[in-house]
Design a protein around this ligand. Sequence first.
Ligand SMILES: Cc1cc2nc3c(=O)[nH]c(=O)nc-3n(C[C@H](O)[C@H](O)[C@H](O)COP(=O)(O)OP(=O)(O)OC[C@H]3O[C@@H](n4cnc5c(N)ncnc54)[C@H](O)[C@@H]3O)c2cc1C
Length: 240
Amino acid sequence: MKVLIVHAHPEPKSFTAALRDQAVATLEAQGHEVQVSDLYAMNWNPVASSNDFSSRENPEYLVYALEQRLGVKNQSLAADIQSELDKLLWADLLILNFPIFWFSAPAMLKGWIDRVLVSGVCYGGKRFYDQGGLSGKKALVSVTLGGREHMFGDGAIHGPLQDMLRPILRGTLSYVGFDVLEPFVAWHVPYISDEARQAFLEDYRLRLEHLGDEQPLEFPRLSQFDEQLYPLRQPAAADA
Ligand SMILES: Cc1cc2nc3c(=O)[nH]c(=O)nc-3n(C[C@H](O)[C@H](O)[C@H](O)COP(=O)(O)OP(=O)(O)OC[C@H]3O[C@@H](n4cnc5c(N)ncnc54)[C@H](O)[C@@H]3O)c2cc1C
């Protein structure tokens, strides 16, 4: 299997970086090929702008997604985007590895998503969810956070973690076609003992070794909707 790890943390010696290193070591030991995009180390530019295209369909008015489509066709995407897109298309498994910032991903990673998941390749027209351009690939989100586990869930102070990660799990990864696996979560990371952190690293190793056995999370399938994307009537029990 070919694996792309996109890592976003400003501190090279962070615990989040230790999770990245654990993933590289575990997956390579299993014979998988791994590439890492370390966004801070690459000084990745997260800002989507007109500079992302060496030529434009419409130089007067920027419609970013339309220019992405043309950029793919004409090979006029900026070199840093094209390079990341090539890695993404090469990979069978994408791992997004990051600390939670404000119930979300660091801006650096958000900007990777904005610029690299280009229209025309990853989605476009009615190519989304199970029909998305990256269908057939898997994705795993690996996160660290400050909160404790009991603060997340139904009725908990912050609500369910999957609701918090919805823009990434559903609105991004599932939308472009990935089979999205249950996130790996290291809770309360800065406040626990070294031993507890080592235990998270060990849990992650075991999880990665058996990733192939996992069922993806459930997300919509276009076959559940009509031409206008209204939900099709589910057969009532009496109809079945
Ligand atoms: C802008 C911002 C917004 C945030 N928003 C939220 C939020 O919405 N919700 C929330 O819950 N949290 C939030 N946080 C907290 C943040 O998610 C956590 O601080 C972060 O995930 C902790 O992971 P880290 O990799 O940064 O830990 P680090 O601080 O890098 O590491 C923690 C400790 O682990 C040690 N360590 C490093 N490597 C290893 C190793 N191999 N083995 C054992 N120990 C090791 C380090 O030396 C350090 O002592 C936010 C933080 C910021 C800065």
